[in-house]
Write a new protein. Sequence first.
Lengths: 121, 275
Amino acid sequence: MKSCLIVDDSKVIRKVARHILETMNFEVHEACDGQEALDSCIDNKHDVILLDWNMPVMSGMDFLKKYRQSEHNNDAKVIFCTTENGIGHIQAAISAGADEYVMKPFDRMTLESKLQIVGCS
Amino acid sequence: MNIHSSIKSLEILSSILEEKTGQILSAERYWRIQTSLQPIMREHNIPDIDSLVSVILSNANRNLETDCLEAILNNESCFFRDQANFALLTGPVLDAIKYNKNKEKKLRIWSSACSFGQESVSIAIALSENFQKWSGWNIEIISSDVSNQAIYRAKKGLYSQFEVQRGLPIGLLIKYFKQVDQEWQVNQKILNMIQYHNHNMVHNNKFIGKFDLILCRNMLMYLSEENKMIAFQNIENALNPNGYLMMGSAETLADYKSKIEPCQDFRGFYKRNHN
């Protein structure tokens, strides 16, 4: 069973994403911000991380930079999932090591498609 | 609502659809008619399907029939549909065609039920990603659909945020599209690689010429057996010897004896033999 970490400060988004991912047979973990996500990655090896951009404590971008530089468990596929839908944000995310990008709002087909593109479906 | 008369009305709409497009709607899919036509009925202040059919049959509004048929047609599609098969297509299958046609250096591809054009745009992008490999080649991509509205949209190359997030890797989105408000416009260089035609697969297609690769995915399933045979014959006539046919992942040609046979080298593809 593949593992997915959902990082989003919105409980509703985490609930919706969890529902979709669980029907795709993912083991789902949740974090409310980038720091919680980093802590989760110390203890767990995730296959894919669904990452919001704007969060309290630590943003998605700051998490991604720290995560890719960390010594262990740093190779999960990272899919940004954010309302920051401008091309500048997308380019910055890719430069920082994101594998894919979901522009909110998203639906089941979007998420399934992005997971397939990164080889995690 | 009188259920029996409504079913009769749905049958009438279904028969008009078959007459004009070759496509059929089985009784199990009549729900699609009801769902698709709701916006049109609201726009014209028509209360139900029976009234709608009466207006169509009276010829009081000639555009109404066309609008209804366009609404019923299924335009579901996505970029790089069936990812694994599409990778096979843009990799080894195109390589095999390139090898066979290396003297002429001429490649013709037909996306024969193109919907809003995602399939032909995907092919054009894949070829552009390998432009050095195809340097010096004369490449034509023909994109056709029975729906006028679909072709109109395909020509514009403008896609919603939801559409560009289905099958299209983010790297290719920012490389080949530009953001226009809430939508995404495919760049002109890609659109210039594609010619668009409104064409019914059940009709004669000699004008369209011969192809090295034909994609006809998830369309034949909507045709009656008789029209399926005609459409398939048209495909066979349009495919060059050694040319390849790509169908939908759940479609098969098992019931047809023809010059097009399952390809031994590439699973899921068909190839036209020499005879």
